[in-house]
Design a protein around this ligand. Sequence first.
Ligand SMILES: [Zn+2]
Length: 384
Amino acid sequence: MDAATTRHPALDLPFDAEAILAGLRPWVECESPTFDAAAVNRMMELAAREMALLGARIERIPGRMGFGDCIRARFPHTAAETTPGILVLAHLDTVHPVGTLEKLPWRREGGLVFGPGVFDMKGGTYLAVEAMRQLLRAAMATKLPVTFLLTSDEEVGSPSTRDIIEAEAARAKFVLVPEPARPDGGVVTGRYAIARFNLRTTGRPSHAGSTLAEGRSAIREMCRQVLAIEAMTGEDCTFSAGVIHGGQWVNCVATHCDLEVLSMAKRQADLDAGIERMLALQSSSPDVMLEVRRGVTRPVWEADAQVMALYAHARSLAQAIGFDINSQSSGGGSDGNFTGAMGIPTLDGLGIGGAGAHTLNEHVTVASLVPRTKLLAGLFATMA
Ligand SMILES: [Zn+2]
């Protein structure tokens, strides 16, 4: 990487916040919840078309496990196709079900723009495309070939795409992840380790009125487990029960209850210990069976010297643009966990500024659009 001693012209490309918003709006209005593969595929087509218009070669990677497809877009470059380049890694699925637009329509209030997925992470992904668009328009070649990988299932821990991400990252020299910026605008140079678990209790059925005493409630046992699991939370590792489903008829003692739990730790060893505790859980009743299955895991990603060098380069670009960034390790996971843990220099949190991810208050700040797009353009143009 060059020291940014001379100001690169990519930092002065004519980015325009209004034009960016006009282009981003159709992305936000194309709802794409992870569990709706057809909806995610519509979003993939929108992004693929846009990048095809820029001259990128588009490859569609079929989805599996019921999830949507992924898109790989290779931008034209004079280097051989096998030259390790910059991988831009982004997900186009969101946590918001189809219909969220009725409650959270695209709307602008002063310096904020609201919408499902606008912050996490259609906004940042769009900025990365916009950065490429202006570089290409100005015929400013990037030093390294740039490939975008757009994935379909990040919001559920990337069960169907981890292999694609790791295969693509193995061919890359650097990975840039335009996930949302940290609240103070900082970028992400490390992420905690995360594990997910699926639990099921199986009880004994009976009529909830006439033969109540014969039944053994799967819900009741799971409630005990929830309290025990969340009580294991400590400094080293956290445990949170986020999804619970049980029972079908109010006049039946429930025979099944399902629970999903998420654990997070700053250190891999602490997460591994937490995983052992979860897998060792026992039912408190001999008549109710408890199963604990381990779901997807994100390995810890800790910054090394290469990551910090990449961050230092990004910071010098930001300062040349006119703002400052810091580097943070983030509690939330992302696909950057995979590439960072592989040792491929990864910089994450490069996306848009805003707040309210995963809520009906999700929004971005208009003021962040141009500076963050310039930062991405500067990185694409100068990383070598
Ligand atoms: Zn995200």
